[in-house]
Design a protein around this ligand. Structure first.
Ligand SMILES: Nc1nc2c(ncn2[C@@H]2O[C@H](COP(=O)(O)OP(=O)(O)OP(=O)(O)O)[C@@H](O)[C@H]2O)c(=O)[nH]1
Length: 343
């Protein structure tokens, strides 16, 4: 999940409540406005009392549907621009423009600091809004003495908004990075950085859910370095560790990016291969065997590994799949090691 998606997800509640509260406030605004003005009365009602509150309610409602969050964000970018355009349409020629102008400044601050948009999207929305206001103000003008104050407040709203959004964005990015680091260290093996057993179980659940929908084959390779104990006994634990890291990298460099590699025991590894039947998995295992046999593990020289392969059967649990692969691996060890066995 990239930062934009993470942000959207983490801001869902804020967007929801702010959208609902703002819808309510626009309803009130429409009521108060009708006492203040005689112009565009029906249109004002339609826009401030119906169109904008309904759009905001839709935005709030879309927060409940993660698949529609992109649509929600687009509406969130458009809504403040619409509100502001209607404000200008209704009020720019009015001698009482000053009564209605706070909505414009609030709108800009709202977009940057309150709406829940990321800096990029808030900047797009608020910049379009402010450009429109400046342009229309320059073309149409606003009544004399209010002009300078209007421009100052507009600029202040934009500046406060930008500064706040930049600071918030920095804080959010730090939080995002921290969460990613934490999530990764909770899912990976500290020595090799491959997935740990818990993460493999999570990935297995994701894959089997997809398999139930799309019916594709999946295989599992379990492999174990042969006579690894002698590496530790002869060269020491530190060299043993570096062999494990090199071995992990060798696996990573020789499988597809959609395959999931985990270290589930001392020198025991698994590779979950989606969209792969047992014949294809055997070809992958043979390629890995070849690569391992020819790899120079520096002080240790060449090593071999034994492979246990099996194909996923519909509805079975990870432990059932692992236990069959484990039996195949056991067979490979029993039959002389540096072998591939399938069950
Ligand atoms: N250096 C290092 N050694 C580990 C680690 N985890 C497990 N081991 C060692 O891996 C060795 C596994 O030994 P065994 O289970 O007897 O297996 P083996 O010597 O590889 O023999 P076979 O699997 O039968 O071929 C043990 O000596 C463990 O101490 C680790 O993280 N680092």
């Amino acid at each position: 999940m990239d930062f934009q998606q993470w942000h959207l997800q983490s801001k869902t509640q804020q967007i929801r409540y702010i959208a609902f509260v703002t819808a309510l406030l626009y309803g009130l605004y429409a009521l108060l406005e009708s006492d203040l003005t005689l112009s565009y009365t029906t249109l004002r009602w339609m826009v401030h009392g119906v169109l904008i509150p309904v759009s905001l309610l839709v935005i709030g409602g879309l927060t409940y549907y993660p698949k529609l969050h992109q649509v929600m964000r687009t509406l969130l970018v458009i809504a403040p621009i619409t509100a502001l355009l209607s404000n200008l349409l209704f009020n720019i020629d009015s001698p009482r423009f000053a009564f209605f102008s706070p909505e414009i400044y609030l709108n800009v601050v709202w977009t940057f600091a309150i709406s829940g948009l990321t800096l990029r999207y808030a900047a797009i929305s608020a910049s379009i809004s402010v450009s429109i206001v400046v342009l229309i103000t320059l073309v149409k003008g606003v009544n004399g003495e209010f002009y300078a104050l209007h421009m100052l407040w507009l600029m202040s709203a934009y500046l406060f908004g930008v500064v706040n959004a930049v600071v918030q964005e920095q804080a959010n990015k730090t939080l995002y990075m921290q969460q990613r680091t934490l999530a990764h260290s909770a899912s990976s093996d500290g020595l090799t950085a491959l997935w740990n057993r818990a993460k493999i179980a999570e990935l297995y659940e994701c894959e089997t859910t997809l398999i139930r929908q799309h019916h594709y084959p999946m295989s599992l390779i379990m492999l174990d370095i042969d006579h690894f104990k002698t590496v530790n006994d002869t060269h020491g634990h530190a060299v043993g560790d570096s062999v494990l890291v090199s071995f992990a990298n060798l696996l990573l460099n020789n499988v597809r990016h959609q395959d999931h590699i985990g270290r589930i025991g001392g020198e025991e590894f698994v590779i979950l291969l989606p969209h792969t039947d047992i014949a294809q998995a055997t070809t992958v295992a043979a390629l890995l065997q070849e690569k391992i046999n020819h790899f120079d593990f520096s002080e240790v020289g060449n090593k071999t590994a034994s492979f246990g392969l099996t194909q996923y059967r519909n509805g079975e649990s990870l432990s059932e799949l692992l236990s069959r692969a484990d039996k195949a691996l056991y067979l490979a060890k029993d039959n002389g090691r540096n072998r591939i066995e399938v069950l």
